[in-house]
Design a protein around this ligand. Structure first.
Ligand code: MRU
Length: 346
């Protein structure tokens, strides 16, 4: 592996020479392209259209989007400036509804902008990026201890460097276990319909030299039944006070399968993914995306013309199916109401 291919250099969100650069994940694994953004409303569009995706990464993009808004607002006066900032913040917050990291980051950068202007806003967005990478590495080190030597780890969607500032949450745990010398292999769910597992997780792990095999989502139960899976590790978009966790559609099914087969299901997420204002997962907003993403693969229509499709992009895994929640501040176990609140107060 060359230096340039090292996974810890995979940075999907960058701010260079006054521009926000986002790795266009819709083009992966075929092409690595970093379109550049200067307009917060275009950043909101990039989040909605999945140029950047993954809860922490869209939070970081939203944070830099808010910093760009502060820069543009500086040319305006009084009420006009406030209105522009509010409109931009609203567009960014609303770009995708499930990941709580987005509103959290936009609000943090907006507060810095109100207090200290555009430089302070950019400094805050940059701090969030650095904090996120550090959090992923810490999470990785803590989570790696839960992965036995020789394990086969199942993961769903992409919760890797691509979904964060760098290093990853679920893939950070896998990466850290691998770097510590444990022998392991990964089964990656392809993750219908957007294929984050096939396109992104397989690509990211292959770059790192971590053994990975792709399976379709429906194969997980088969491999569990045959004793071929040791545990599942996934990311999260929002975790409610009681530990109920929203993550990519299909995660709940994995949770049920893990319970049936007495396998641990671990969730890895930074504390910015915790939303203790919600008492349970029933209150987490679930994004409904276009049915075209189900009836088509890329430009190719796979369902008969005229057939409708449903597309909830996330589901909620009840806390009772989750063996542990790995954060940068420690590993929480049931009862989550108590353990998650304790982690937030550290
Ligand atoms: O629709 P996506 O690709 O943004 O969904 C991403 C996921 O569900 C991830 O598992 C989650 O955001 C955690 S990323 C560290």
């Amino acid at each position: 592996m060359t230096e340039a291919m090292r996974a810890d250099e995979l940075r999907p969100v960058r701010f260079t020479q006054g521009h926000l650069l986002l790795l266009d994940q819709r083009r992966l694994p075929w092409e690595e392209r970093y379109p550049s953004y200067d307009d917060p409303f275009e950043v909101a569009g990039a989040i909605t259209s999945m140029v950047v995706r993954g809860a922490p990464a869209i939070g970081l993009a939203g944070g830099f989007g808010a910093a760009l808004a502060a820069r543009r607002a500086a040319a305006l006066q009084g009420l006009e400036r406030t209105r522009y900032l509010e409109r931009a913040a609203e567009a960014l917050r609303g770009a995708r509804p499930t990941a709580v990291n987005l509103a959290w980051a936009v609000d943090r950068v907006l507060a810095a902008a109100m207090e200290g202007g555009p430089e302070a806003a950019l400094a805050e967005a940059t701090r969030l990026l650095e904090e996120d990478i550090a959090a992923c590495k810490r999470m990785g080190a803590l989570g790696a201890e839960l992965i036995p030597d020789g394990a086969t780890v199942l993961t769903h969607c992409n919760a890797g460097a691509l979904a964060t500032g760098g290093y990853g949450t679920a893939l950070g745990v896998i990466r850290a276990a691998f770097e510590s010398g444990k022998r392991l292999r990964v089964l990656a769910d392809e993750t219908r319909p957007y294929l984050q597992g096939a396109r992104l997780t397989a690509w990211e792990l292959q770059r790192d030299g971590i053994p990975v095999e792709l399976i379709t989502d429906g194969m997980a139960g088969h491999f569990m039944q045959r004793g071929e899976i040791t545990c599942a590790v996934v990311g999260a978009d929002r975790i409610a006070r009681n530990g109920d966790t929203a993550n990519k559609i299909g995660t709940y099914t994995l949770g049920v399968l893990c319970r049936e087969h007495a396998l641990p299901l671990y969730v890895a997420a930074p504390r910015s993914t915790l939303d203790l204002s919600l008492e349970s997962g029933a209150r987490i907003p679930i994004e409904e995306r276009s049915s075209d993403e189900v009836t088509r693969i890329g430009d190719l229509r796979i369902a008969p013309e005229g057939v409708a499709a449903r597309h909830p992009a996330f589901d909620v895994t009840p806390a009772r199916l989750i063996s542990a929640i790995i954060t940068e501040a420690g590993v929480a176990r049931a009862p989550y109401e108590r353990s998650l609140a304790a982690l937030l107060s550290i």
